[in-house]
Write a protein that binds this ligand. Sequence first.
Ligand code: AKG
Ligand code: MN
Length: 259
Amino acid sequence: MCGNRAGGIVHQRTAPARAACRGLHPPVPVWQNQPMTNVPENPWREVKLPGGRLRLWPEFLPAGEADQLQQRLSAGLQWQRDSVKLFGREHPIPRQHQWYGDAGMRYRWSGLTMQPLPWTDELAELRERLRAATEITFNSVLANLYRDGNDSMGWHADDEPELGVRPVIASVSLGAERDLLLRRRAGRERGERSVKVCLPHGSLLLMSGATQQNWQHALPRRARISEPRINLTFRRILGERQAATSNPAASMAAASASA
Ligand SMILES: O=C(O)CCC(=O)C(=O)O
Ligand SMILES: [Mn+2]
């Protein structure tokens, strides 16, 4: 495990050279349409994040269901590999991904424009479970496939105009346990500690409040990890008009797009 006794949440100055993460749980039968049973009274762990809000539900999906879901998504989603252009050069993104959601929920990030594929049964089912757990109806999900510890995600915030000002992002992790790092935007020059959250198989991480305004997050490379991981970040894309009224940056983007 990459966690500690404080529940998988550690403050650190720099990313550790390695993270010893546990592997997959043994497989058990079928991913089923099950109601949530045996949910402890408060399954959430609050991560202290000044100017933001982060909650982790470590055992959101029971291990057997998480195993089945991982297998089905790994084989069934239409994974694609994209590049982003930086200073005129193409850089392949070090993971595969795909965008699913309600019709019209276009998402633009890092110069990519993603049009949603229709919900698969598994993703639609998971969206329902998230609705029950969070009372939020997500209308899209970015699915990410990290083939092993060499795949990663650099520092960024999920702060695109179409997500609105204080987006709630529900992030489900399947497979190899990886650590998510968070750093405060304002604390970078002061050498502030980053926050490390271990994301176990079947866990749910909820980012909300002003997290995306005040913090950045990254999933660093961990060369010793040889197992794959799937991450599903469920989001709510706002309609263009809603985005424009809730976020001045969005109104400028909408204006220049229609110009
Ligand atoms: O893989 C993860 O846990 C994080 C992914 C992420 O931050 C993103 O896709 O925006
Ligand atoms: Mn992100």
